[in-house]
Design a protein around this ligand. Sequence first.
Ligand code: FAD
Ligand code: DLZ
Ligand code: SF4
Length: 517
Amino acid sequence: MTILIPVLGDQLSETLASLRDVERADAVVLMMEVRAEATYVRHHKKKIALIFSAMRHFADELRHAGWTVDYVALDDPATTHDFTGEVRRAAMRRKASGIRVVAGAEYRVRQMQNEWSDRTGLPVEILEDDRFVCPLSAFYTWAQGRKEYRMEYFYRDMRRRTGLLMTAEGKPEGGAWNYDKDNRETPPRGLNYPAPLRLKPDEITDAVLVLVEAEFGDHFGDLLPFELPVTRMQARQALAHFIATALPDFGRYQDAMVAGQHYLYHSVLSPCLNIGLLDPLEVCEAAVAAYERGDAPLNSVEGFVRQIIGWREYIRGMYWWDMPKFAGRNALAAERPLPEFYWTGETDLRCLSESVGQTKREAYAHHIQRLMVLGNFALIAGVSPQAISDWFLVVYFDAYEWVELPNVIGMSQFADGGMIASKPYASGGAYINRMSDYCGRCRYDVKQKTGPDACPFNALYWDFLARHEKRLAGNMRMGNMYATWRRMSDDARAEYRASAAAFLETLEPAREGWARR
Ligand code: FAD
Ligand code: DLZ
Ligand code: SF4
């Protein structure tokens, strides 16, 4: 009787449901480096290296803990290069009597798992991934029958459910649920920013780096330097480092963008959370403990906890609530191909060249860069939501479809028609100028509204509103902007539209093959 336990590349937690209540002597853990997962979109090289290195380290930890691990490396001569083929091969190799696996985090992978019983002739037990704080059944109960799925209400339920930042009387700590009004400061010049923990690659990682360069050297992004946490112990160190150096100011500068500063006060813990090296509750508890010790203020800790038990859980719930329809949604009928500069960074729009450049080097950009620069441009330029979604899935080291897709198709592109965001996150240059120092050294003038030297975001913003007037003018939160638009003279409106059209003409569409082959 051998139970085969496939552990996928984002399931690297010793507390995984499939590893509980099993006699180690009766089980074989299967881990597989498969080409299909690295190439269904052509992931950033750093992301592939992160997964392979973390998988190899995790396999060693499991072996130390007494598990038998069957590890199929990418260069295994007999590999089938995909999950289902490898599960089938391992089931035969190990004469397995059954398969036990945690449900894949992505719809695509879950579909594969549904076939494993037919493909192997074995019973397959698919367990819920209980590393998320909110079980999917509880999310569906929350979502059922609602007209609007606003994160804020879900978040309050999650605060009550977890007891995080709740008083003994069941009230929110400090009297309010949300301290975002304190979280919009612009950092003063010359601030001494903290840096995330940087870790020197060990021998395992060095071998992976050689492999990734050889096999995926033509994928987007810089492989080196590679300094990410690849074990649970390192991830715990990164968490402690964030709490000590950045959490206190996480809140106040959360929305800021500074040229050359990639991380500001963000945690950079998403890759560790998403592959299972950290548990979301332990991360929140560490932040709350810092607040209780008086080491971090409430606006920072509440803001941080909200990102994790609020946004992260809500986004995952919405993904499963709406898949597979979610992937194809295009409420604004946007069809423009992705511009080539998303891959090269070669553009005179400085906010975009900075954000793409750092994405290429680091496989990271923080939330406001993703939403208000990279996402906002695609939205107001009318780029196809599926094209920009593919880009986001390729380029970030924390990108998995369950979290990337609702953030892109829903939150940033409004292609879900408003399921996630109550209004489109569209803005002109003024917002970017207020929240960043990008505009100062840009070839465009953020103050000019139209014409060849005007910041292109300005005309594109009004053009976007004009294109979607029928759909969006009735949105209460857009009322003021449409009132302003309608107060403009016909000439002014026509000038905005002509300026936007002239700029859009200059955009070179991306070459085929960057994201998918
Ligand atoms: P911090 O700012 O330190 O936040 C702490 C944690 O909160 C993050 O590590 C993350 O786990 C969680 N979090 C914050 N916001 C969100 C959110 N909107 N959705 C889910 N979790 C959130 N996040 C991903 O993990 N993978 C993605 O592929 C991804 N794609 C995105 C695409 C777009 C267009 C946008 C607008 C957001 C996307 N996000 C994604 C959410 C968010 O931008 C990242 O989680 C965050 O930037 C990661 O950096 P950090 O760890 O420094 O985050
Ligand atoms: C992203 C990724 C990559 C690049 N490679 C692998 C791999 O070789 N083996 C593996 O088990 N997982 C990999 N992953 C993660 C998966 O693509 C996928 O995101 C999750 O398994 C979804 O649940
Ligand atoms: Fe971006 Fe416009 Fe500012 Fe240039 S002027 S950095 S294009 S917002």
